[in-house]
Design a protein around this ligand. Structure first.
Ligand code: DC
Length: 236
């Protein structure tokens, strides 16, 4: 497919919609950079814990995040995040981080700081100096289509029924989607989204944002559905 260059594809959606995996695949397929903004909130949480910052002290959290040296690799085949020189790719997926990250992500000063960093990455990928050589980027996360990149060429809300999202996360975390595994996952998926949605709306599509519902689709089919939308909106 022949696409507009540079191309910015913004994808948001709730937990368990498959946005990270799908975005990464789409970026690799199109030769674009890939940015997982949720990983930045996770890295910020890891950093605050590492530094012993009291998460109830909003000003201290903001100051710590401000001082965080975050290096990221936007290669969709090997995305990586390093804080202060340490690779945090595995550490930021720990359950402790998953259960605390909303506390950081609902701090509006932290959102402003990380949002500015995200915009800089997007801008760089639209120049020859970026990883993509100016081809563009797929960027995903809760407020990307609305707050961070409202002018993106393609804006998608990747969603799925609560049942489908719970089953996926249960399989990811517990290797099964039986009743016990789904119950153990419910709080992570539904609870975290409820908390995050107090500061950003990502459950309904804003004007100009196209919804892709992956409830009945497997990964390949979802990637196909997203690629179709990209071609429809940015093909030439
Ligand atoms: O997608 P994830 O689970 O890795 O996201 C981690 C947390 O960060 C989650 O609580 C949602 C939040 N987040 C956000 O508020 N804004 C973003 N752009 C990305 C993630």
């Amino acid at each position: 497919m022949s696409l507009r260059t540079p191309l910015v594809v913004a994808i948001d959606g709730p937990s368990g919609s498959g946005k990270s995996t799908v975005s990464r695949r789409v970026a690799a397929h199109l030769g674009l950079a890939y940015l997982d903004t949720g990983a930045m909130y996770r890295a910020a949480t890891w950093w605050c814990l590492e530094r012993g910052v009291d998460l109830d002290d909003a000003a201290a959290v903001t100051a710590a995040v401000h001082a965080m040296v975050l290096d990221l690799d936007v290669n969709p085949r090997f995305p990586s995040f390093a804080v202060d020189g340490s690779d945090v790719g595995v550490a930021i997926r720990a359950p402790e981080i998953s259960s605390l990250v909303s506390r950081i992500a609902t701090n509006l000063d932290v959102r402003a700081d990380l949002g500015a960093r995200q915009r800089r990455v997007i801008d760089l990928e639209c120049t020859p100096d970026g990883f993509s050589g100016g081809r563009g980027i797929v960027v995903e996360g809760r407020d990307i289509t609305t707050v961070i990149a409202p002018d993106a060429d393609v804006r998608l809300l990747l969603t799925a029924s609560e049942e489908a999202r719970l089953a996926r996360r249960a399989r990811e975390l517990h290797g099964a989607a039986d009743a016990a595994a789904v119950a153990a996952t419910r709080d992570q998926v539904v609870g975290r989204d409820a908390q995050d949605s107090t500061v950003v709306e990502f459950r309904t599509a804003a004007d100009g944002v196209v919804t892709v519902d992956s409830s009945g689709l497997d990964l390949e089919q979802t990637v196909e559905a997203v690629l179709e939308q990209v071609e429809r909106m940015a093909g030439r």
